[in-house]
Design a protein around this ligand. Sequence first.
Ligand code: SIN
Length: 488
Amino acid sequence: MIQLNNYELLQKGSYISGQWCSVSDAFFDVIDPATGATIGTLPSATKALVQSAVDSAYSSLSSWRSKPVVEREHLLRAWYDLIVANKEDLARIITYEQGKPLAESRAEIDYGLAYIQWFSEQAKRLNGILLPTKNLAQRAEVIYEPVGVVAAITPWNFPFAMLARKAAPALACGCTVIAKPAESTPLTAIAISELARQAAIPAGVFNLVVSSEPQMVGEVFTGDERVKKISFTGSTDVGRWLYQNSAHSIKRLSLELGGNAPFIVFDDANLGLAVEGAMFAKFRNTGQTCIAANRFLVHEGIHDAFCQKLVERITSLKMGKGYDPSVDLGPMHSRHEREKVQSLVENALGGGALQISIKTPAEKNLGEGFFYPPKLIQNVSPEMAIFQREIFGPVVAVTKFSTEKQAVDLANKTPAGLAAYFYSENATRCARVIPQLEFGMIGVNDTRISNEMAPFGGVKASGVGREGSESGIMEYVEAKYLCHGLTL
Ligand code: SIN
């Protein structure tokens, strides 16, 4: 049992039409990745319950979208305030079900809160446009209306922030929402839904379905004409499936899918800065972020110096259970994730890559947790799976290059196009490389790229749409063009 101050946060089941529903004949367990122990057992939403969530969101739409925008803003602000008041409990819930260290869980709450604040205010700036006309007897304008019922499908790596980044813009501009969290991290979403209830967000406006049958839930969402938009963060395979299955009802989609970020270190880089940037981009959430640095492309002239400095820094990371405040690196999220990383490493070593030994301090008695010590691997070639796939774990995979062109070609040698990073102190080189990189987000001498004011999203197989920034709210509205005939 997770120790909390406010046990009301640990409701059981799905939240529909302002009610908690725990009726089901199937149940699923939530596991603490640090121990492998069960920390909760939840009723899995049935198909009928998921359909009733759509009914609920649809029947609440008309009154919610007709509310003055400031009323919606005040309700979102009340939700924000309750999340702040329960921040410590929420951070503990994230750490227990997701695995990340408490300091990172707190940072995730702040990150998600910033989206709620930003979008509650941004809805008031959803100005229409007065258009020029070709004819004086016409007045033309554009107004923005909410798309309607939104299904928000969120991943396990950021159980709060990704929910906030989708639900806040949708609710702020007048859409109603059905959230579906990852089956391994439903407790944070349950707590956030309970706070939405306490904030008096009207019944049916925000709904939650928790289920161990993601495909069934996806079928209900994609198959129902009343769901006008799906916003999904997760794997490219699932994103493709949602895209295909939404075709018949021509839904709007925002897809934030997998990445395979290059991290290029040119020979004119500030190595100290590059190492610090690498530590954040690689080890945040034990490497389990879509924008994690995946392929380290390092110029041959500074390769050894960079690797040595990075290994020294990695040596200071303490691995252990996230609720121990001295820990920097938590467990992998699941046994399955750990096995995937291990098999990429084994495949690379079998293909001629070289593992540099790193001695990191680890908590004693790591027991049955899904821990995976950090690794640095050199001589990685583009043919290896570890270069081609998202590692999603604490492994630095290094490939040497000798020319700028080679670095750019290697960086673009992936179907993914989410984030890329590069380090160079040469302004001309920076200006030359930026337009050549086929990615939606580029960190130039920096890796802390995510915040509510920035458009987060990718190109190519990394998805469509942007979250955050002014663009983020446009994903949840339709432009309506009005042409008025005037009698002069
Ligand atoms: C993700 O990994 O999908 C999100 C990372 C972020 O928002 O910084």
